[in-house]
Design a protein around this ligand. Structure first.
Ligand SMILES: O=C(CO)[C@H](O)[C@H](O)COP(=O)(O)O
Length: 224
């Protein structure tokens, strides 16, 4: 079993009959969706909402009942991956481009469980480029504003075209190397007109499950 699968399957054990579940996006969340799919086939009764078109499709293929976000109400648990996790449970997400829906779904969840291999744990966020979702209108203006803030943005590309999110927006990946004050940066970025949201998830994760090289699991619970 690979490390992503180990972490994801541990998280899937938290899901019980009757729960409303948020399904994350990416190669680690993939294993959580597959495990829940198996359990649904064995009789587990859940309702779910997906954080991307890709996860929506995968979940439906497994027969997991997918409910539109505005109809499902408050979620019990969301299971999602991350690109970086710091010691305060703050995250960078959005490597897979789904940060906006991921953040909305996480904000509507009683618990956010993050699953990852141990390489995602960092002392300080920022080596992974921070994704910032930008509306196409005035995108060059917004890009320059990100440059002026010292964020070193680069448009994410899909071949020769600019990458588009499921929401029809662009992603500027900001190569800052180290983020000194992540909570402040999160607010500053989201105050920029033209920015829809950014990949900093501050005080959102409740549980972090990290699978380590030797196959053991670090399961960390946030106390505050
Ligand atoms: O935020 C995400 C997608 O927007 C993913 O959860 C994050 O990029 C981690 O992905 P993976 O599990 O493939 O490493």
């Amino acid at each position: 079993m690979n490390l992503k699968q180990i972490a994801a399957e541990r998280a899937a054990e938290y899901i019980q009959d009757g729960m409303k579940v948020g399904l994350g996006t990416g190669s680690t969340a993939y294993y959580a969706i597959c495990k829940l799919g198996e359990r649904v086939r064995d009789g587990l009764q859940i309702q779910a909402v997906a954080t991307s078109e890709a996860s929506d499709k995968l979940a439906r293929e497994w027969g997991i009942p997918i409910i539109p976000f505005d109809q499902i109400g408050r979620l019990d648990i969301t299971i999602d991956g991350a690109d970086e996790v710091d010691p305060n449970f703050n995250l960078i997400k959005g490597g897979g481009g789904a940060l906006l829906r991921e953040k909305i779904v996480a904000a509507n969840s009683d618990q956010l469980i993050i699953v990852a291999d141990g390489s995602k744990a960092v002392d300080k966020l920022g080596r992974f480029p921070l994704p910032v979702e930008v509306v196409p209108f005035a995108s060059e203006w917004t890009f320059k504003a990100l440059e002026s803030m010292g964020c070193f943005p680069e448009w994410r590309m899909n071949g020769d075209e600019r990458y588009l999110t499921d929401n029809g927006n662009l992603i500027a990946d900001c190569r800052m190397e180290a983020i000194e004050q992540a909570p402040e940066l999160n607010i500053k970025l989201n105050m920029l007109p033209g920015v829809v949201d950014n990949g900093l998830f501050i005080n959102m994760a409740n549980i972090v499950i990290l699978a380590k090289e030797d196959g053991s699991i670090d399961e960390l619970h946030r106390s505050n």
